[in-house]
Design a binder for this molecule. Structure first.
Ligand code: AMP
Ligand code: GLY
Length: 436
């Protein structure tokens, strides 16, 4: 790419996903000035960081007005739901991401479920309630297992999978009466429990056209063997073999295309990344959730395989021209192991010194994406629940897993914990296919 075409870009956000996107843009060379607000210690090594919170919408608009980036990439869910893209566009600044109305696909689960249901998109049967008594009566009346979800944004923790009527009633109480997730629990969505294996698909969308990226699989529960409470994601890998070509095609035809059409018909055409959380059931793929952004930590495993120019893809998505570009990717496999603070996803302490990062980053195929880190008195310290995403790329998933865990062995901080079984499903699948 020639010097004159290079763009100034501002990334809004501060996690591992944003570090991975910053790394990608830097590596692809299409960016002149790379900025982040607020960023983290890892992002600061490749971008200028500004201390503005993602949810400080006025502050973000003022920053963009002052620094004049050619494009603002709004990565997290909260500023999208709060209308940062709308505000930037109104100020004449190009922004990548859905408007607040389109971002309701994530920020308002009741809206998303109704839209999908009316469009015939396969997803769990559901009912929405804003009265806790009615919600409790409903869960007492059904015989199937249910999942109780806060309708609003709850940092990925607002879904409670229940196995009995008592548990379901308790979940309604937790969300609507105890208000564990605040206003996000003004309304609950109660869904039928779906059996199957989960996977994440990401589509870049221009309102009408879309392009898919490689599939990935997240690991939400905190402990090995998928036990314990849900987290924001303890690790991921790509590609996910459960997403066969047939599943991909079904997801396109039955899920993504009707959803994009329905959003356009609602008057909110979807521009940006559409995250499709799938359950691969015996009847085919069904939607667990849709999000209005890249996943974290899935982004950390998807972008290292991307060969196409991300700037070009984002520009095409904004301008409604995705039909003129393609998503090309490498054949290999990627894994990310998330190193978390002691106590996460519950309470945890920040500020512990992190050692061994340089040694880990020197290992073959390894990239470190910082999630919650900061510099303090010249040392790298923990600054969040999820701290570092140790990512490895290789020709195959087994090698990638070996590389990631060997790199993890070099890193230490007080209370550090991580899952030791990331990619276990892909590896089990490989083992069973070689036995046959
Ligand atoms: P969500 O916040 O909607 O992504 O839900 C968090 C997690 O809860 C998902 O990743 C699933 O593991 C589980 N879950 C959510 N909805 C369902 C469902 N209808 N059936 C089975 N599991 C679900
Ligand atoms: N990895 C789950 C999410 O980003 O919502």
């Amino acid at each position: 790419m020639s010097e004159t075409k290079k763009k100034d870009v501002l990334i809004v956000g501060q996690g591992g996903r944003e570090h991975a996107l910053a790394w990608l843009l830097k590596r692809q060379g299409g960016v002149n000035r790379l900025m982040a607000a607020p960023g983290n210690a890892g992002i600061a090594s490749i971008a200028e960081c500004f201390d503005v919170k993602p949810t400080d919408i006025d502050g973000q608009v003022a920053l963009a007005g002052k620094e004049k980036p050619d494009l603002v990439l709004v990565a997290p869910d909260d500023p999208l739901a709060l209308g940062l893209v709308d505000r930037l566009q109104a100020a004449g600044i190009r922004a990548f991401g859905p408007t607040a109305a389109a971002a309701r696909i994530e920020s308002n689960k009741a809206f998303a479920k109704r839209l999908m249901w009316e469009a015939g998109v396969p997803t769990a049967a559901f009912k929405a309630f804003s009265d806790p008594e009615k919600a409790c009566d409903y869960v007492s009346s059904v015989s199937h297992r249910v999942v109780v979800k806060a309708s609003g944004l709850a940092a990925g923790k607002g879904a409670i999978v229940t196995s009995s009527r008592d548990e379901a009633q308790e979940a309604v109480w937790e969300i609507m009466v105890k208000r564990t997730f605040g206003d996000a629990g003004n309304e609950v969505v109660i869904e039928e429990f779906m059996e199957g294996e989960e996977a994440s698909l990401f589509a870049i969308c221009d309102g009408r056209n879309y392009r898919l990226f490689v599939s990935a699989q997240d690991h939400k529960p905190v402990f090995d063997g998928d036990r314990g409470p849900n987290t924001g994601g303890m690790g991921a890998y790509a590609p996910a073999p459960v997403v066969t070509d047939e599943v991909r095609q079904q997801a396109c035809e039955r899920i993504i295309e009707p959803t994009l059409k329905a959003l356009a018909a609602e008057g909110c055409p979807y521009h940006g990344i559409l995250y499709v959380g799938l359950m691969i059931t015996r009847e085919g793929p069904k939607v667990v959730e849709m999000n209005s952004r890249w996943g974290d930590p899935e982004t950390q495993v998807v972008v290292p395989l991307l060969r196409s120019d991300m700037m070009e893809l984002m520009e095409a998505a904004i301008d409604g021209k995705l039909d003129t570009v393609s998503v090309d990717e490498d054949e290999g496999a990627t894994v990310v192991v998330m190193l978390a603070s002691g106590g996460y996803p519950g309470d945890y302490t920040k500020g512990f010194r992190i050692s061994g990062v340089e040694k880990a980053a020197e290992q073959e195929g390894v990239i470190l994406f910082h999630s919650g880190t900061a510099w303090k008195d010249g040392s790298l310290v923990t600054n969040g629940g999820r701290v570092l995403g140790v990512t490895a790329v290789a020709d195959d998933i087994r090698t990638a897993v070996g590389r990631a865990y060997r790199a993890v062995d070099h890193i230490h901080f007080d209370g550090m914990h991580y899952r030791k079984d990331i990619a276990h499903r892909a590896i089990a699948r490989l083992a069973s296919s070689t036995l046959k």
